[in-house]
Design a binder for this molecule. Sequence first.
Ligand code: UD1
Length: 367
Amino acid sequence: MKVVSVVGARPQLVKLAPIAAAFARTDHQHVIVHTGQHYDVNLSDVFFSGLGIPDPDVHLGIGSGSHGAQTGRILEAIDPVLARESPDWVLVYGDTNSTLAGAVSAVKQHLKVAHLEAGLRSFNRRMPEEHNRVLTDHAADLLLAPTEEALRHLANEGLAERSVLSGDVMVDVCLRVRDSVLAGEHPQPVLPAGVDPNEPYLLATLHRAENTDDPARLAALVEALAGLPVPVALLAHPRLVAKAQEQGLKLAQGALHVGDPVGYAAMIAAVLGSVGVVTDSGGLQKEAYLLARPCTTLRSETEWLETMAGDWNRLVPDPALLDADEWVRIATRPSPDAPQGEPFGDGRAADRVVEFLAERAGPAASA
Ligand code: UD1
């Protein structure tokens, strides 16, 4: 069997790591196509080197742009690559513009598409990721759902026959790297200057368009973080830095200490060293849950409802609407006593994904 993985943005590289490792344990051929949606060293290269992912076989070098321009450029560039490779499966990951473009190019060429992390829904149609996931799920031939909840969403949309429960490959990589961090195989967490790793700190990230692109909202979120009574290590995505600069907003103020994004092991180490996480990232909500740190999510909904059980994750759509003490109490709450369970699977999802693909390799329904 030959499978082409299409990736391009940071969270996809994390998911690619266990998949590439699972393929390497078989005789199947695995071709990696990087769209180039993310191109900064600390959003892309560090994941290949840090997680031991083989270099991409093809790099499309697309870069940034509006949603239409970026998606369109990827589509145009990937068409001939998929035609040439003619794989048994095109595997697309998550919900970025690279996911949608890879899926559309493949179905138009009658190549079978599998969607990893299928069935996630925020039901917020203003999110670019929501358009990408819904469209990709409906285009794909095989939907690899990470959770029972995702499987239910797919069934509700009439997609049950194409759906399977694979578990979440992010558990595979998160637990493996956690163990290596705890075994002392990585250096101390790289935290922004001014944050002492031996004293309590909160770890924060903020990058979603809904939070960064509206100046009033971004200013309110920064003010809320800056007012917390413990140091906040903000690992700033380039989008956040660019938007703050455009808006004349200073990120480093009050409790807020700003650093660059870090590689995967450094991120896991930073979560493990923290007393809690404040974020709008989907992946980090789950990592906090798996690593038993309380998470506060600066959004009005989450695709990872399971993380909310037992108060491990709390949604705060707008800290400014809360009483200041209430905001501090939520963001700095201690770890709950409730055990987390295994809603995201057992850490063997990637092998299962490869098995599902191999069992179902064959001509496309439309061929
Ligand atoms: C994308 C995904 C989002 C995911 C996130 C993870 C979409 C629609 N969104 O958002 O789901 O959570 O990746 O990081 O695909 N930039 C750089 N260097 C880079 C990449 C981006 O400076 O290497 C800056 C550019 O100013 C760019 C902006 O970040 O315009 C946004 O990048 P883009 O890839 O469009 O989306 P993300 O915000 O990263």
